[in-house]
Ligand binder design. Structure first.
Ligand SMILES: [Zn+2]
Length: 89
């Protein structure tokens, strides 16, 4: 399974309309290196957002929460897992 780092949408990139990423600031970044090594780097998220890597976070946990980007969740395949979990629970 592919691994993903967690990126936080940079506040200076948020739109001023109050829509979009401000509510779901956490994005998935395809990680070619361990997330710890990418910590602090600015990368492109799966959905195309500019994010800063938070190496200490885990996408499968963050992405399943309400503040995870739905588009990144879908693109990373996490949506399927979340749906399965919610059905089971
Ligand atoms: Zn995203």
């Amino acid at each position: 399974m592919e691994s993903y780092a967690v990126g936080f949408a940079r506040p200076d990139r948020w739109s001023h309309t109050g829509q979009g990423s401000a509510r779901t600031p956490w994005h998935a970044v395809s990680a070619l290196r361990p997330a710890g090594e990418l910590d602090g780097e600015v990368e492109l998220a799966l959905c195309g957002a500019i994010v800063q890597i938070w190496g200490c976070q885990q996408w499968d946990r963050i992405g399943a929460g309400r503040t995870g980007c739905p588009e990144c969740r879908r693109l990373s395949g996490l949506a399927w897992e979340v749906a399965t979990l919610s059905r089971a629970g």
